[in-house]
Design a protein around this ligand. Structure first.
Ligand SMILES: Cc1cc2nc3c(=O)[nH]c(=O)nc-3n(C[C@H](O)[C@H](O)[C@H](O)COP(=O)(O)OP(=O)(O)OC[C@H]3O[C@@H](n4cnc5c(N)ncnc54)[C@H](O)[C@@H]3O)c2cc1C
Length: 409
């Protein structure tokens, strides 16, 4: 069996074209971690500007259908684009946009033709960014228990409720959400899925500062609490039919729970190796300490396994291959590996890994950020426990009938 990945001449030409374009269009400042709110806003502007340029070329969402503003590319070309963006420490899109990565595929599967034509092009061209509003104070892991109400009133639904841990910094244009349209109805048959304009009267966004460290955020990993008070949403923004929201959600949950995979090097590993080469302790580089080497080797192995799971899931999904447990397997693996890494790094590097003080800590305090993120990332997109539950149900443990992966195309 030959595991070597080979690219055709045409794909190599495409790689050169992408690389030259990115070299000419990615501002170097984009990958610098902002340290003030002003820097964060400026960094976000650069990312959105780049997003719009990528969108105009069909490179922001390369796999999305051309007729709705995407690139219409095959999975191999999309992998080339992701790999080249990764060389600049970027992913596609280059900013947090769960509307494009999770919401848009959901509209493709469940939306009407009219909804696809109106909602998808602004997302795929980078004109709007969109947050996902799912979790509530009483509905995190138990997402089917959401209590936000949506009551039909003529041509509109009136939304009331509260969502937590939402989005990131620098605001949003649209929001998609799950709300109960039949609050006394049978569980899983009482919810509906809406795409909401974030400027509607009655929406309040209140920042929550959490422990995690965001990519383009000066504030550490900003999330938000969002209040809806009598927000009137046009009925045309209901996607997938009334009380069908749980089935609609199976699409984005499949992608968010690891089913969409990911492409790219493990950037953290490269930064860690550089740090260990360039930092001396007792007169010699850290990388020469046998215990540090041992930890680096273990981290490398885990990073490679995660990379390969990510590549496999990306390919399975976008080459439209059958899938079962692979999404939650990747998600569970990455969460557990990240948590293990926080302990291993602290043990081998020592307390320098815990400080953001530039006299002692790592550059851009990337180690200190990892110590926080390794813990925080156990939660978003379904906790490690929930990934284990999903995976178990798909491999035939825990339920008499095996569950299938969510529908993504
Ligand atoms: C950094 C970050 C970003 C986030 N981004 C978003 C976002 O953009 N949009 C959004 O909607 N939400 C977001 N979330 C929320 C996230 O989805 C929830 O935190 C998560 O689903 C867990 O819900 P909870 O916090 O209410 O914990 P709970 O559901 O109350 O769980 C508490 C603990 O109980 C365990 N548990 C619960 N049920 C079970 C079970 N059946 N079996 C075994 N163990 C169980 C959990 O694993 C966890 O350890 C984000 C969270 C974080 C931390």
């Amino acid at each position: 069996m030959d595991f070597e990945v080979n690219y055709t001449g045409e794909q190599q030409r495409f790689r050169s074209e992408v690389r030259s374009w990115l070299e000419a269009n990615v501002p170097p400042a984009i990958s610098r971690r902002p340290t003030t709110d002003e820097e964060s806003a400026a960094n976000y502007r650069l990312r959105r500007e780049l997003g719009r340029k990528l969108g105009a070329k069909g490179w922001l969402y390369p796999l999305a259908p051309k007729e709705y503003g995407g690139g219409g590319m095959d999975v191999d070309h999309a992998i080339v684009l992701e790999e080249e963006a990764d060389r600049f420490e970027l992913s596609l899109p280059p900013y947090y946009n769960s509307g494009g990565t999770l919401g848009a595929p959901t509209i493709l599967v469940w939306g009407t033709e009219e909804q696809r034509r109106t909602l998808l092009p602004p997302i795929y061209r980078g004109e709007v960014r969109v947050w996902q509003l799912l979790s509530e104070p009483e509905a995190g892991s138990d997402l089917a228990g959401v209590r936000m109400r949506a009551t039909r009133d003529g041509d509109e639904y009136v939304l009331n409720g509260q969502k937590v841990f939402i989005g990131s910094d620098n605001g949003t244009d649209w929001m998609w959400t799950l709300a109960a349209t039949d609050p006394n109805g049978e569980r899983h048959k009482n919810l509906s899925w809406f795409m909401v304009d974030a400027r509607l009267p009655g929406i309040t966004v209140q920042p929550m500062d959490l422990l995690g460290a965001g990519e383009s955020s000066a504030r550490s990993g900003q999330k938000n609490t969002i209040f809806f008070e009598d927000v009137r949403v046009p009925a045309s923004r209901l996607v997938g039919g009334e009380n069908n929201g749980w089935r609609v959600a199976s699409t984005h949950l499949e992608l968010e729970h690891g089913g969409g995979g990911h492409i790219g090097r493990n950037r953290f590993w490269h930064a860690l190796l550089d740090y260990c080469r360039n930092t001396t302790r007792d007169g010699r580089p850290l990388v020469e300490d046998p215990d540090v080497r041992d930890t680096l080797a273990d981290i490398y192995i885990k990073a490679q396994v995660g990379r390969l799971f990510g590549l496999r899931n990306f390919w399975l999904t976008y080459a439209k291959q059958p899938k079962s447990y692979e999404g939650p397997q990747l998600s569970l693996y990455m969460k557990l590996a990240g948590l293990w890494m926080t302990g291993a790094i602290l043990q081998s590097i020592g307390p320098e890994a815990l400080t953001s003080d530039p006299r002692w800590g790592s550059e851009d305090h990337f180690l200190e950020a990892q110590q926080r993120n390794g813990i925080v990332l156990m939660h978003p997109g379904g906790t490690a426990d929930i990934q284990k539950v999903s995976m178990a149900r798909r491999i035939g443990i825990g339920r008499a009938t095996r569950e299938s992966a969510g529908k993504v195309s």
